[in-house]
Design a protein around this ligand. Structure first.
Ligand SMILES: Cc1cc2nc3c(=O)[nH]c(=O)nc-3n(C[C@H](O)[C@H](O)[C@H](O)COP(=O)(O)OP(=O)(O)OC[C@H]3O[C@@H](n4cnc5c(N)ncnc54)[C@H](O)[C@@H]3O)c2cc1C
Length: 464
């Protein structure tokens, strides 16, 4: 049985966000890493890294912690745009900023997917231990002979390359995952959301100025659906329209320019002047599909593992898919600390640590869609948010709003979900008869917290 110490080469399928970061972690441990990436080298072609994916992403604490471990945060920092809260746009065009956190440093950051991917690819190559073969699409694995099958653009014939250890970081439609599940008779669980998304552009104003508040994630919550917008470094925003696939107000119904215009005039009137080409964008840009993917097992013997979206793709509403994938890379690196542990045990340990947590963030991401598109509009939501900040001040380290546990801490996701459910009950009980913060019985709050949240949440603050 091979062990990490007895292996010098690792092959990764996919040089996206997880693959390029994992390559850096592995090179730091002395492995030679080969990445097989379907796309052409983004540094040499016009093909955008984000084609068919979001143009920008929200980066939060977990992702930052992993990037700091490999020393790339300092280079990245100047490219980040802090977002301090949600800027809600109601149907009358009124604005309201709802802060994400309770402390000045509790912000999330908008980052360009292409920029971050290129930075990671450059950092991986500069380790001297990583080589990237662009234009190679993995389409199968010959486990008996430890070979990966792949196609290159020019050649219709399938090629193979030998691997010692293979890790699939090839995203939500992973070919490595398909091979592992076929070989093991494993289980693939694909849960479509029933809603899809479309990206639209809010260009910069004259002089490269932002047309709206730059340091916020803008949301137009409309109950069943929503529009959001994240800032880009060039003064533009990338807006994303999330809509049901079917129904009266849905992608299925928006087949003509008039139908698109009518929906925007009815529900997003204040966004129209910001988006001079929204109708053209709507028909030019692809409609992105959204689903939650769970699979088991994540590995096959001492051969292969999947990590990142390839193992657990989630819906984007908590802004955590990339953050979770980066946390995976750091957790996998920790699993390599025992050098004589056989690979199959490394893989099993990784899955044991990560699965409960990635299952938890998958659930919380689904719940957050309802919060973003609907609950944020309710007065009760604001009251609970204000109360949870007050309780965090009264019980630091013990009562931490769930959103903050996920975004601003490294408390394992499963622990954040568990504590979050207890806190939600406490908030419900305290606000059932209160219309404002001064009507809440804080002495009762203190008792409930002592009874039900005995331990410090921050004690769990180790990466999992
Ligand atoms: C609309 C949207 C918004 C999002 N917003 C956020 C956000 O704000 N914050 C956040 O944390 N996450 C967000 N996510 C999730 C995030 O994009 C993913 O979780 C993240 O990209 C996962 O990284 P990955 O490397 O596992 O997969 P990917 O980034 O998909 O990378 C996979 C790589 O493998 C390559 N590849 C695919 N198939 C093959 C093959 N057969 N052979 C070789 N190479 C292959 C691809 O070209 C790609 O380079 C969002 C997702 C979407 C769809």
């Amino acid at each position: 049985m091979r062990t990490p110490r007895g292996t010098s080469e690792i092959t990764l399928g996919g040089a996206g966000l997880a693959g390029s970061l994992l390559a850096i972690f592995l090179a730091r441990r002395g492995y030679r890493v080969t990445l097989l990436e379907r796309r052409l080298d983004p540094r040499k072609t016009a093909e955008p890294v984000s084609a068919g994916r979001s143009i920008n992403l929200a980066l939060a604490n977990r992702g930052i912690a992993a990037l700091e471990e490999v020393g790339v945060m300092e280079t990245l920092r100047s490219a980040l745009i802090p977002m301090a809260g949600r800027m809600l746009h109601d149907e009358e065009g009124r604005l309201k900023l709802v802060p994400y956190g309770n402390k000045p440093h509790e912000v999330i950051y908008s980052v360009s997917r292409a920029g971050l991917n290129t930075l990671l690819v450059n950092a991986a190559e500069s380790t001297g231990g990583v080589s990237i073969r662009f234009g190679c699409t993995v389409h199968g694995v010959d486990f008996a002979n430890r070979k990966v099958r792949f196609l290159t653009g020019e050649d219709p014939e399938s090629q193979t390359t030998r691997y010692d250890v293979l890790i699939g970081t090839d995203g939500s439609a992973s070919a490595v995952r398909a091979a592992i599940l076929e070989r093991t008779g494993g289980r693939l669980d694909e849960e479509p959301l029933g809603h899809s998304y479309k990206e639209l552009t809010i260009p910069p104003a004259t002089g490269g100025k932002f047309r709206m508040e730059k340091n916020a994630l803008h949301i137009w919550p409309r109950g069943e659906y929503m529009l959001i917008a994240l800032p880009n470094a060039d003064g533009s925003f990338t807006a994303t329209l999330f809509l049901p696939n079917q129904g009266e107000e849905s992608f299925q119904a928006l087949t003509t320019r008039n139908a698109v215009r009518a929906l925007f005039e009815r529900r997003f009137a204040d966004a129209i002047p910001l988006m001079p080409r929204y109708v053209e964008d709507f028909f030019a840009n692809p409609t992105g599909h959204l689903e939650t993917i769970r699979c088991a097992p994540w590995s096959f013997e001492d051969h292969a593992l999947v990590l990142g979206d390839a193992a657990h793709a989630i819906v984007p509403f908590h802004g955590q898919g990339m953050n979770a994938a980066f946390e995976d890379c750091s957790a996998f690196d920790q699993c390599l600390e025992v050098p004589d542990r056989p690979w199959n045990e490394v893989f099993a340990e990784f899955e044991r640590r990560r699965r409960p947590n990635t299952d938890a963030i998958a659930d919380m991401a689904l719940e957050n869609y309802i919060e973003m598109r609907s609950t944020v509009r309710e007065p009760k939501f604001q009251l609970k948010k204000d109360l949870s900040f007050r309780l965090e001040e009264r019980h630091p380290g013990r009562f931490i709003p769930r959103y903050s546990m996920v975004m601003f801490h490294t408390i394992p996701y499963a622990e954040a979900e568990r504590r979050g459910a207890i806190q939600e009950e406490i908030l419900d009980e305290l606000t059932s008869k209160a219309a404002s913060l001064d009507q809440v019985d804080l002495a009762r709050a203190d008792r409930l917290i002592a009874e039900r949240l005995g331990t410090q949440a921050s004690e769990a603050e180790t990466r999992s």
